[in-house]
Design a protein around this ligand. Structure first.
Ligand code: WTA
Length: 642
């Protein structure tokens, strides 16, 4: 029987060996630590080629019973959720497991009252307030499939996601505070819903008390509705493979895809990885700074901690508001023991200077974590020295929306730790490096394409409404492997270092965007003939967005004031189509793009120019018009001198 909790490095090695020798027995014994209404018949049926991987079939469960009900007897009065508002002067909220349970049941009953049933899709577009956590769990309680959309995406993005999922209901709020910004969330929803005929009901949570328009028969106030329902709601019995949620994420082609996770496997994987990566003790407070609109918020703000009975902290604001000491002030205020954030936040705070962090004791911290993008060594050391006081280990956790939970990472203080290295794969994760031909690289010290060789319980099940896309994107590049889209190095000691995406995905402040998605938005401008978007190294964001834009002849490219208008139009087009988070950092007007004779854009060259390279572009003989390269270099120079 494999241990659920790994408490020594030897226990980790042992679990890794057990999982390699008999993965089904290993995962069955991990899954046995959860509450099932009915045990599974079959641990795993796997088929990588058709992307048909099913875990714990025949098993019946409800993830909220595991997050809430299971804890009521022993820790009903323990804090489940601490909520810290955007404004430090506003009152914080604390909910015990019992209180959270009641609130989840009430909202679940409200959903039911409004006709939402098992299998229906519910979109959530909300600020980081306790009601968001409650609403996500309420969906899971009744078996509705939640699709959380980060409340920074535009009305158009929200509409696309609602339509793709065919959501029947939207949960939102009147408005939102984030740093010094105020966003009229309900108005964004109203705009989106003009294009969404499937939505029958909108439930609105009060946050800012702003006047909003309420459409009779469609829109209801949540606080009024909860008054009308019972305080208890039985957890719907769910098949292990019933979908739990959809989360949209960008890929290298086309529109964002809905990554689907199912309840049984996701629960086991999120629970097990949380327990072992963060090693939280019963009395500890865990803080993941990610928004619930991203996978990190799903797995490690909400489900992971609650599955393990850990107190989780939820923060409404941003690291720099009202000043760059805010994170550290919150750590001291609530006695945070484990702090999990993104490298981009660390770099932004590092740039603001040490004084802000030195003003706080940070005595409660035991462990630090990072996620979302590679962390550079300078930021790693700053985090280690100034935040962790050289006393707290750092876990650098590599994973993806598609993996459901952490795949490569240190385990608390147990594992070897090396700056900028994610470390070793978790038990049951068979991470390999492939060369370009798809051959496994045997040598330990190597660089290659990061792939996973074996199914794991938290893996993606499908892309919503388009299974073929799931097969094509993840399981077709190399037969028999899940392809991550990342390149990685393995050091002589076996520790992995993630280099970054090898496809046309850019990672801006830990948020994924497909270059095609941004190009589509730009190409929608009247003045634009075509465009190409690439990422370039950015000191705070990790990667910045560099857009090369070719204007139509009629656009008046030589006329300065006219150019400024076009520039503003391009920015506006991206903000409208995707959201402010995808705004290009640089827009370079170009006479043309470097294309091969077959019309393929040579992005390799565009990436080099955006990195400031002026000479060595490799073989450019296949280019239709090699002169365009020098013109682009010139254009880049005048851009950077601007
Ligand atoms: C990148 C976030 C380096 C990687 C959980 C991956 C990382 C993408 C790390 C997934 C890390 C995530 N070190 N790179 N520790 N963690 N990445 O889906 O490129 O938003 O493919 O999931 O982020 O981003 P996603």
């Amino acid at each position: 029987m494999a241990a659920y909790h790994l408490d020594t490095f030897e226990a980790y090695l042992d679990a890794r060996r057990q999982a390699a020798e008999n993965p089904e027995a290993f995962w069955a014994s991990i899954a046995a630590h959860f509450a099932w209404k009915r045990p599974w018949d079959n641990v795993l049926s796997a088929d990588f080629e058709r992307a048909h991987n099913r875990w714990f079939e025949g098993g019946i469960l409800n993830i909220t019973e595991n997050c809430l009900d299971r804890h009521l007897e022993i820790r009903g009065n323990k804090l489940a959720l601490i909520w810290e508002p955007n404004d430090p002067r506003e009152r914080f909220v604390r909910l015990t497991f019992r209180e959270l349970h009641t609130q989840v049941c009430q909202v679940a009953n409200v959903l039911k009252k409004h006709g939402i049933q098992k299998g229906d899709r519910v979109a959530l577009y909300m600020p980081m307030i306790p009601e968001l956590a409650v609403s996500v769990l309420a969906c899971a309680r009744i078996g509705a499939v939640h699709s959380v959309v980060f409340a920074g995406f535009s009305a158009q993005s929200l509409a696309d996601r609602i339509q793709d999922a065919g959501a029947r209901c939207v949960l939102t709020s009147d408005g939102l505070y984030r740093g010094n910004k105020e966003i009229p969330v309900k108005r964004v929803v109203d705009e989106a819903l003009e294009q969404c005929p499937t939505v029958e009901k909108v439930l609105v949570v009060e946050r800012t008390l702003w006047a909003v328009s309420m459409q009779p028969g469609r829109d209801f106030w949540m606080h009024e509705e909860v008054e009308t329902v019972e305080r208890d709601c039985a957890a719907a019995p769910m098949e292990a493979e019933d979908p739990l949620f959809i989360l949209y994420t960008s890929g290298s082609t086309g529109k964002p895809k809905g990554v689907v996770h199912s309840g049984g496997g996701y629960m086991v994987y999120a629970g097990y990885t949380f327990r072992n990566v963060f090693q939280c003790r019963e009395s500890e407070v865990f803080w993941c700074t990610a928004d619930i609109g991203w996978i990190t918020g799903h797995s490690y703000l909400l489900y992971g901690p609650l599955l393990n009975g850990t107190t989780t902290l939820m923060f409404e604001g941003v690291p720099t508001h009202p000043d760059p000491g805010r994170f550290w002030q919150v750590c001291d205020k609530h006695g945070v023991n484990v702090f999990y954030t993104a490298p981009t936040a660390i770099r932004a705070l590092m740039a603001a200077g040490e004084d802000h962090v030195l003003a706080y004791s940070l005595d409660s911290l035991r462990l630090l974590g990072t996620v979302g993008e590679p962390i550079n060594e300078e930021a790693w050391h700053w985090y280690h020295i100034h935040v962790g006081k050289e006393r707290c280990p750092i876990v650098d956790t590599w994973w993806q929306t598609e993996t459901g939970g952490i795949m490569i990472s240190g385990l608390g203080a147990l594992s070897p730790m090396k700056p900028a290295h994610a470390g070793l794969p978790l038990p049951g994760v068979e991470a390999v490096l492939l060369d370009k031909e798809g051959r496994e690289i045997e040598a330990t010290e190597a660089e290659g394409l990061l792939c996973i060789k074996r199914p794991w319980p938290g893996m993606i099940r499908t892309t919503y409404g388009d299974h073929d896309r799931c097969v094509q994107t993840y399981f077709s590049a190399f037969k028999g492997y899940y392809f991550t889209g990342d390149g990685a190095k393995r050091a002589s000691d076996g520790l992995f270092r993630i280099i970054g995406r090898v496809d046309d995905v850019i990672n801006v402040s830990g948020h994924r965007f497909g270059t095609a998605e941004i190009e589509n938005a730009i190409n929608g401008c009247k003045a634009v003939a075509e465009s190409a978007v690439v990422g370039y190294p950015h000191p705070i964001k990790g990667q910045g967005i560099h857009a090369y834009v070719v204007l139509r002849e009629s656009a008046g490219a030589s006329d300065e004031p006219q150019l400024e208008i076009v520039h503003a139009e391009i920015v506006e087009a991206v903000v409208e189509s995707i959201g402010r988070i995808a705004k290009p950092d640089r827009i370079q007007m170009a006479p043309g793009l470097p294309k091969t004779r077959s019309g393929k854009i040579m992005r390799r060259i565009l990436r080099k120019i955006a990195e400031g390279e002026t000479e060595s572009f490799g073989d450019t003989s296949t280019l239709l018009d090699p002169d365009v390269v020098q013109a682009l270099v010139q254009g880049y120079r005048s851009l950077s001198e601007h």
